[in-house]
Structures are given as C-alpha cells and as structure tokens.
Design a binder for this molecule. Sequence first.
Ligand code: AQP
Length: 338
Amino acid sequence: MTQSTFTPRVFSGIKPSGGLQLGNYLGAIKRWADMQGEMETIYCVVDLHAITVWQDPAELRDGTREIAAGLLASGIDPTKSILFNQSQVSAHVELCWLFNCVARVGWMNRMTQFKDKAGSNAEKVSLGLYAYPSLMAADILLYHATHVPVGEDQKQHVELTRDIASKFNHDFKTDFFPLTEPVIEGPATRVMNLRDGTKKMSKSGESDMERVNMLDDADKIAKKFKKAKTDPEPLPETLDGLKDRPEARNLVDIYSALNDTTPEAVIAEYAGAGWGTFKPALADLAVAKLAPISDEMCRLMNDPAEIDRILGDGAYKAREIAEPILQQAYDIVGFLRS
Ligand code: AQP
C-alpha cells in the first residue's frame, strides 16, 4: 500500500479524566462534529489513557458515560460516526505493545506533556503516563487514520505517531501505516486557563474557577468570565494590539470560536470596549451556545443504558476495522499463529 492509497479516515479521542471543559469543546469536539460527512469518522472515549493517573473506578465508569453524553450532545451522531470507549477494543493495547518496541525511549523523553504532567515528580508517576504517546499512536494507526483533529497541546503526540509509523514502515520494509496528519484548525486550538493566560485550560486543573465546564449553569459561567484575569487596557483597534496580552487574547479567541467568526471580526466589533462590556457579552454568548448542549447532556445521562448501548455498538464496529489491521501488523512482525 502506498501513502496515497489510504482511505481518508478521521480518528480522535478524549479522556474521561473529569468533566468536559470549554477547551475540549472548542479545540476538538466542535470540529469533530463538523467533520462528519466529510470522511469516515471514528471517535473514542479513551478510558485506558485516563488511568495513567489515579481514577476512582465508579467515577471512571460514570465519567466515561458523561463524556459520551457530551459528545452526543455536541452533535456526534452514532449513525454517522463510530463512537465507543477504548477499553472495549483490546486491539488498542495489543498494537501499543508493538509500538512500545518500535518507539525509542529518547522520543518519549522529549514529550512536553509528560514533563508538564509529571513535573518534579517524574520518578513517582505511572509508567503508563510515560508510555501514553505510544498508546495514542496505536489508537490512531489501528484504524489507519489519515487525519486527527486535536487541540494544539496534542500536536507533538501526533508528530510522534508519524515517527512511529515511519520507523515501523522502514524497519519492516513496508508502507503499512499511514503518516497521519494532525488537523489543528480554528481560533481556539489552545484555550487558556481563565486565571493564568500562560497555561492551558484543563479538566483536571486545580481550581474550578480556571475553566468553564460544559455543565456549568449560566450564573457560574457569568461569574467565571467576570473573575477571569485580564489587564486594565480596553480592547485594541487591531489584533496586533493583543500581542503580549495573553489573557485578553484568550477571551477574544473564545468569543470568536463560540460565535463561528474570526478574532479580527471580534476586534472590529469591540474595538475600544472595556471589560465591563466585553465580559458580560462573552458570558451571554457562552450561555447561549452551551446551554442547549448541557441540557441535552443531562437528558442523555438520565438514560445510562442507552449510552452503554451506543458505546457497545460502536465498539463492535470499531473491532471490525481494527482486528484485520492488527492481524496484518502481527504478520508483518513475524508472529506465528496456529
Ligand atoms: N485548553 C484546550 N484548548 C484546546 N483544545 C484542548 N484540548 C484539551 N484542552 C484543550 C483538546 O481536547 C481533546 C481531548 O483532550 P484529552 O481529554 O484527551 O486530554 P487533554 O488534552 O490532556 O485534556 P485536558 O482537559 O487537559 O485533560 P486532563 O486535565 O485530564 O489532562 C484533545 O484534542 C485536546 O487537544
């Protein structure tokens, strides 16, 4: 198979490591929904990745359903996309082992997300957190995915996936795995923490005030934007005026992503406005866009059996694609099966 003959196929995943936050939605999920119909789409709640840090078992199960509900409520349609949770398709772990033997320790040492998450505690974190990018490569390549829509923070991991595919192809003199493209698009590919514009917004960030959760009510959203860190200056006349103003730039980017417009258009509309004008407008917009999603999430979460059914059905379809690819990879590597 040559690189040009891979069928265009999208894969992306999200960890059930806490409730969905606005960065997940604007940086990834919103784009996932838009890509349905453009090509074959496979979306996964990556519970195997979630346990790289401690997860309470009951909370992990509920959290997996909550993330699935969030994806469905955001427009992921199980008749158009395959939607499942990762641990129901064991081939992810099997291909990951092959990739653990292809990837080099030096490559893992360069992963900035590991350094950020492990901090000064690197000796004590799980081996899984260190090997996480190898499992992510397996998630993607198990489906021969050609495109991976992600936020900016995952770019390095998709590049590593390409390195693993290239080394596998080179070592075994084959073109078996595609060189997957990251798809990082839109004004909110890196939504920042509301209290510190140099850090990204995260599900598991320490303070709830630093993020907007998809299930926050209107009062909470308004309060969080009101208390969001900014600077004393009003909004500038041009986008250049936001250089070196990370918190201000973040709020403008969030506004433009929610409103499906560009940061330039937001500046054109709000040039000279103070935060007393812009923050309430941003809060109103966020509530208008997020309330229908959170209402639908709550409705879906009242029927966990239906969510489980959708994920089980998706896992069945995912296995149908994954198993033949895993078996071919085993053949290439030289595993004997009787
Ligand atoms: N702040 C963000 N801005 C834009 N995109 C983001 N994503 C996450 N945060 C932002 C994108 O969301 C997708 C799913 O991410 P994930 O759950 O697999 O892992 P993550 O990137 O580590 O997300 P969190 O919220 O920060 O989780 P925790 O706190 O548990 O580590 C990815 O495409 C990601 O780029």
